[in-house]
Ligand binder design. Structure first.
Ligand code: ZN
Length: 235
């Protein structure tokens, strides 16, 4: 006969999970105030400290928000939900080595290839933001910090131009590890100027392909650009 071990979960986790479910299912309306602590204490039959701990957990996850430290907690609205926790989780996993650089490269190629392809197929999109970053890159000389910032903004702008909110969200979540890796690679180069010039030309050619409404060419150019960037560090 086989028995499974009884897993005792802390009460606050169980309270937090039920509240989380109520928020995500819409049973608690976005933007509405959460029930007061006293009421939650009664309904869950737990101590007040347990309810407080559960609420802190929801706040840490960004699902419950307070306008001011003393104001009552509200259910987060989708438009206020920060990508911070997702981004932080990704950065931590990457730094712990749980997401190998090779996988990040593949994610970028799939994500950005799809995004520029979609952008090239859309009517009436504005590539002004991406163009502005390319102009800026031409002016930064060999300032690798300024280049890196413009580069990351450029790639985010291209993904935003796809009009796909899901792609945009994932891009925002990976922008920090992407930027950190780029900066480290650029700093390791003795004479970065020729490399920065080449990368800037590649950026301009990606925008050209989107503007020419050539989805395949745009996708090809951005994946070549991304792979080229990481080839050295992947060995
Ligand atoms: Zn780039």
């Amino acid at each position: 006969m086989e028995f499974t071990e009884v897993i005792r979960r802390p009460a606050y986790e169980q309270v937090a999970e039920q509240l989380r479910e109520a928020i995500l299912s819409g049973a608690l309306e976005p933007g509405s105030e959460l029930p007061p602590e006293r009421e939650l204490t009664d309904r869950f039959g737990v101590a007040r400290t347990t309810v407080r701990e559960a609420l802190r957990a929801l706040q840490a996850q960004g699902l419950a928000v307070a306008d001011r430290p003393t104001s009552p907690l509200r259910v987060v609205r989708a438009q206020d939900l920060s990508t911070g926790p997702a981004r932080d989780a990704f950065v931590h996993l990457l730094r712990l080595g749980a997401v190998p650089l090779r996988d990040l490269v593949e994610l970028r190629c799939a994500l950005e290839g799809a995004a520029v392809g979609a952008a090239a197929g859309r009517r009436g999109i504005s590539l002004d933001a991406a163009r502005a970053e390319v102009s800026l890159m031409r002016e930064v000389g060999d300032d690798v910090e300024a280049f890196e910032e413009a580069d990351v903004r450029f790639h985010v702008a291209l993904v935003a131009a796809s009009g796909n909110e899901a792609l945009h969200l994932v891009m925002l979540a990976v922008r920090e590890p992407v930027g950190a890796h780029l900066l480290a690679s650029l700093r390791a180069i003795e004479d970065p100027l020729p490399v920065l010039k080449r990368l800037t030309r590649e950026h301009a050619r990606i925008v050209d392909a989107i503007e020419a409404r050539a989805p395949e060419q745009a996708a090809e150019r951005i994946t070549a650009h991304i792979r080229g960037l990481y080839r050295r560090s992947l060995g």
